[in-house]
Write a protein that binds this ligand. Structure first.
Ligand SMILES: Cc1cc2nc3c(=O)[nH]c(=O)nc-3n(C[C@H](O)[C@H](O)[C@H](O)COP(=O)(O)OP(=O)(O)OC[C@H]3O[C@@H](n4cnc5c(N)ncnc54)[C@H](O)[C@@H]3O)c2cc1C
Ligand code: SF4
Length: 555
């Protein structure tokens, strides 16, 4: 730090897995590092499914950077992994543990509030030794520029801070990556939207109903006809004494189908299979939602500009590998590689080369190859053309296709377990809806459970959230309130719905001089800051000031 203005060698924005990894590597290399996090506590703004993976081929894993991580910051190891193909009450289940274990050193279930705040304590200790530290409740609102060059960051709560390196680890709604022109929020087909409920279930009931011991856990995935034709799927992950139950869908598909994300979640919560697990124990403690990038389309191959290096979701690095979702491990790898690149460049007396070095490391360490697999480019060029996709679906649902599914029988489980095929799955109805439905119809068994509970309604879910109002400082401005420009947000926003009085987005009929017009109106109060409307509506969107807005207790 200098006397004229606050200066650090490195400023890391965001204390999720990407920011924590970057800061840990920087600090361990003696780089003076300041971490700025907008939540009241690290993790209070974050949502994940979520299973943390430590990949054998990854350059960095979270437990290698943070010893004791698994003992202290995670819920349960995930030892069994199943995919349920659903057609009504018919279900055909595949054991795809082999796919889950491919290139996997370990994988644990996590809740983000606990995980991130635990890592933040470690990061603060490490960064303090360099003359820096970690500050919460601070929202970085832009890049500080001098003569057009990025030289630091500006914040709502603090004076501008100068830095030789700025790491944008500010997640999917990265204001810094947008400011630097490294990411836009234009195309719904580049994003997934995830919606999740955490349901408290005593550990002894989890043990009994899932048949797992203390050091075991299960992951269950769902696809087929239970999500109203929306491309994506559902999940149930066992935590220590709760279940994470949610769904992740392609955002363009949610918009096309005018689907209500909270209702799709309810379809899963009340499915007979879940009814068996939740019978007598439906105690939903948190509803949450977030957007994530589809790395196959959004991962920036060159995520740096001047002194700014973007890591994790801010660089589009969230990978959907078939049914497996991997974002946290890639954020860790990228964050650590960015820190390593700066430390090396500084040692060579050329800190300005950190960005190029980071880009090279992403490529040479194989991170980029996983995020944007070549096979997908080839498969999607053919398989995602509409006539081909329609023909595939027609064939699958024909008597010939159904016979083929029956003949394949058990071998389908092997196909679903193929790491290569999981990387090249086309983004069409076929793998998410049509094929699983046909599999369940032709091979499945009827499940008999019946839900003895009603999921919470949207008003109760929103009412249960901790929300620090920011009256007079709306973080979303509706630029065009016509239904054509912003109507998609009414259904796609996870806290809004058609014919629902609360929520952020509402469709209204306004009478003017005898004529009627449909308009969209906005109230950001229950906003869970998922970012959906930044992509599907015509808004000016930014994060609420540090500490303001929603605070997740679980994540
Ligand atoms: C429903 C769902 C299921 C998922 N399942 C999985 C899974 O099972 N496994 C997996 O690996 N991944 C999963 N993901 C993806 C994973 O959560 C993300 O890829 C990962 O969290 C990205 O990490 P990150 O560090 O880049 O960003 P984030 O975790 O989003 O962290 C960004 C941090 O920056 C802070 N921040 C943002 N803006 C500012 C600012 N202006 N100033 C200061 N601080 C700021 C935020 O508060 C936050 O703490 C899932 C995501 C969702 C939504
Ligand atoms: S208002 Fe926008 S950011 Fe907030 S919850 Fe709705 S879609 Fe998400």
């Amino acid at each position: 730090m200098t006397d004229e203005h606050e200066h650090y060698e490195a400023v890391v924005v965001g204390a999720g897995p990407g920011g924590a990894a970057a800061a840990a590597v920087l600090a361990r290399n003696g780089v003076e590092t300041l971490v700025l996090e907008r939540g009241v506590e690290a993790g209070s703004k974050n949502v994940t499914g979520g299973l943390v993976y430590a990949e054998e081929s990854a350059p960095y894993t979270v437990d290698a950077l943070f010893p004791d991580f698994r003992e202290e910051a995670t819920e349960r190891p995930v030892t069994d992994y199943y995919l349920h193909n659903v057609a009504g009450e018919q279900v055909e289940t595949f054991d795809i543990t082999d796919l889950h274990e491919h290139d996997t050193e370990w994988s644990d279930a996590v809740l983000r509030r606990e995980m991130d705040s635990w890592m933040a304590d470690r990061v603060h200790e490490l960064a303090s030794e360099t003359g820096g530290g970690l500050l919460t409740d601070v929202r970085v609102n832009g890049l500080l520029r001098d003569g057009g060059e990025i030289v630091g960051v500006t914040c709502d709560e603090l004076d501008p801070i100068w830095a030789d390196l700025v790491i944008a680890a500010d997640g999917v709604n990265s204001e810094l990556a947008r400011d630097a022109g490294l990411m836009d929020w234009d195309d719904p087909d580049e994003w997934f939207q995830g919606v999740k409920a955490v349901v408290d279930v005593p550990s002894e009931i989890i043990a009994e109903r899932f048949g797992v011991g203390d050091d075991e856990g299960e992951a269950h995935l769902f696809s087929g006809d239970l999500f109203e034709g929306v491309r994506g799927g559902g999940f149930v992950y066992t935590n220590e004494d709760s279940l994470s139950i949610g769904s992740v869908f392609h955002l363009d598909s949610i918009v096309e189908q005018e689907a209500e994300p909270h209702q799709l979640l309810d379809n899963l919560l009340t499915h007979p299979l879940l009814a068996d697990w939740l019978e007598g124990h439906y105690d939903e403690v948190e509803y949450s939602a977030k957007l994530v990038p589809d790395s196959k389309k959004a991962a920036n191959p060159s995520p740096h500009e001047g002194r700014l290096l973007a890591v994790g979701d801010a660089a589009g690095q969230m990978q959907a590998q078939g049914p497996i979702i991997k974002g946290m491990n890639h954020a860790v790898s990228a964050g650590a590689l960015a820190g390593e690149a700066f430390a090396e460049a500084k040692l060579r007396g050329k800190p300005e080369q950190a960005g190029d070095l980071y880009e090279r490391k992403l490529r040479e360490e194989g991170v980029m190859g996983k995020l944007r697999p070549k096979g997908y480019r080839v498969a999607s060029a053919l398989g995602e053309r509409e006539p081909v996709a329609n023909a595939t679906d027609s064939l699958l649902t024909s008597p010939v296709g159904r016979l083929g599914v029956r003949l394949l029988g058990d071998r389908l489980e092997d196909l679903y377990s193929s790491p290569y095929l999981s990387q090249i799955v086309p983004d069409t109805q076929t793998p998410y809806v049509t094929l699983p439905t046909v599999i369940a119809e032709e091979l499945g068994e009827r499940v008999a459970g019946e839900a003895d509970f009603e999921p919470k309604d949207l008003a109760t879910r929103i009412g249960d959230l901790t929300y620090d109002t920011d009256v007079g400082n709306p973080h979303i401005e509706l630029l065009d309130d016509s239904v054509a420009a912003s109507g998609a947000a009414v259904t796609a926003c996870p806290v809004s719905a058609k014919d629902f009085g609360g929520g952020c987005y509402r469709e209204e009929t306004v009478k003017t001089n005898g004529s009627e017009q449909k308009r969209v109106s906005l109230d950001t109060q229950p906003c869970v800051e998922c970012g959906t409307c930044a992509v599907v509506a015509d808004t000016d969107w930014e994060h609420p000031r540090g500490g303001k807005g929603v605070e997740f207790e679980q994540g």
